[in-house]
Design a protein around this ligand. Structure first.
Ligand code: DAT
Length: 173
């Protein structure tokens, strides 16, 4: 049984996953795993999509590498996909959303190529990550939050910190 929860923070690139994950890790002591970096450090890449300018993650290798630690609890998994993580590992799925005009500016600032920018804008508008979360986890495990401005970030981090405290209290840890 886990003494600390595992949280997925997911959403379209640019919505604010890493900003939230870093702040929640700082506030709660949970460990932040930025899956892109973790995959790179653990040899979980399987080639590159040149058209999109991004690496392709070998999901089996990734899960094998995560399985050594994550099921014990105490992790924040930060990635733009969520349905590959076994349901039994996960206590909360936070799907971050962002208004499209704000997201456009954030992605343009990253100098994404046209295809990558359009694909990500479409994904946010079609709420792809929210649907992916709903397809893989129970409705009561999923929270959808907005991250348009700094006050949203502060409020969301406060809410997530309170959720972790309650989770531990409920489990009497
Ligand atoms: P992601 O990890 O989803 O790709 P990020 O955390 O790197 O996103 O954030 C992308 C950019 O947007 C970065 O410059 C920080 C900024 N940002 C994120 N959330 C924000 C918010 N609520 N208010 C203002 N800026 C925000």
């Amino acid at each position: 049984m886990r003494t600390n929860p595992n949280i997925i923070i997911t959403g379209t690139p640019g919505v604010g996953k890493t900003s939230h994950a870093e702040a929640v890790a700082e506030a709660t002591g949970l460990k932040h795993i930025q899956i892109n970096k973790f995959a790179e450090e653990n040899g979980c890449y399987d080639g590159r999509d040149e058209e999109l300018g991004s690496w392709i993650v070998d999901e089996d290798k990734l899960l094998d590498a995560l399985e050594k630690e994550v099921p014990e609890g105490g992790y924040i998994l930060d990635w733009h996909a969520c349905d590959l993580f076994p349901k039994s590992w996960i206590d909360l799925v936070v799907v971050i959303r962002c208004d499209s005009d704000i997201l456009y500016d954030r992605l343009a600032a990253r100098k994404y190529n046209k295809k990558k920018l359009e694909e990500n804008m479409d994904a946010e508008i079609m709420q792809v990550l929210l649907e992916e979360a709903r397809g893989a986890y129970d409705e009561q495990q999923i929270v959808e939050i907005q991250s348009n401005k700094l006050e949203d970030l502060d409020e969301n981090v406060g809410r997530m910190e309170a959720w972790v405290r309650l989770w531990k209290k409920d489990k009497q840890f």
